[in-house]
Ligand binder design. Structure first.
Ligand SMILES: *Cc1c(COP(=O)(O)O)cnc(C)c1O
Length: 230
């Protein structure tokens, strides 16, 4: 499917362009290809184009793809809400989890992380828009959650993630990203060494890169549209 490889190249190009535009070091922004609701064959195409980081939101369909695409050097990122009865399979099959928003889930993931694997790389998901319906912890809950995660041997805390309320306006898009970056800086001032800001999706990667994203999570711009939740 040459169309996919074209879209992927386009996204790489945009990332590079925005890194330049906002004075970021070239190559600091990593692309997580969000492949939820896409069949494994399309991930295979994208992997063959050189893309190695893939993000999935729904555990069941993800497991099937992970199984199919084993030994292809893919780094798997879980980016969806984590239900506590699903933590074992996530701990066993993924490299990263972007969506930790409560201690119970963190404790379970740590406990269930197999000993023969490196610690699970995790991000705290922050609700930057104060919408009660969305997942993510509040800003005020971050310090305690970070402290607890730091004490868990099966996890390595790498930074913060957010999915802000959508806006079409660039300056509005930047605000929650800026706040997330300031929060990361504050944590680092208090002794953490966090290096990851997972922020920006197809429609707002420019704003996210402007504000310091180190990972952008892009689905639609690579794969095109997807059917709603399976
Ligand atoms: C679906 C999803 C994305 C990708 O969104 P697009 O608009 O398709 O780029 C990014 N992050 C999360 C958490 C998602 O669920």
């Amino acid at each position: 499917m040459p169309e996919i490889s074209h879209h992927l190249q386009q996204v790489y190009h945009e990332i590079l362009l925005y890194e330049q535009e906002f004075g970021r070091k070239p190559g600091v922004v990593k692309l997580v290809a969000v492949s939820k609701a896409q069949p494994w064959s399309r991930l295979f195409e994208v992997r063959k184009c050189g893309q190695t980081l893939f993000g999935e939101s729904y555990l069941q369909e993800a497991l099937e793809k992970i199984d199919r695409l084993r030994d292809m050097g893919i780094e798997w990122h879980f980016i969806g809400p984590v239900q506590s009865n699903k933590t074992r399979l996530i701990a066993e099959n993924f490299d990263w989890v972007h969506s930790i928003d409560r201690i119970k889930v963190a404790q379970r993931l740590s406990l269930q992380r197999p000993d023969n694997l490196p610690p699970l790389q995790v991000l705290i998901q922050v609700n930057t828009s104060n919408e009660t319906s969305k997942s993510g912890c509040s800003f005020s809950a971050i310090p305690e959650l970070a402290k607890q995660i730091k004490s868990l041997p099966g996890l390595q805390l790498r930074g913060l993630m957010s999915i802000p309320a959508s806006s079409n306006e660039f300056s509005e898009q930047r605000k929650p990203f800026r706040k997330l970056k300031a929060t990361l800086r504050e944590l680092n001032r208090s002794g953490y060494e966090l290096d990851t800001l997972s922020m920006g999706m197809s429609r707002d990667i420019r704003a996210a890169i402007a504000e310091g994203a180190t990972m952008v999570r892009v689905g639609t711009a690579i794969f095109g549209g997807r059917a709603s939740k399976p």
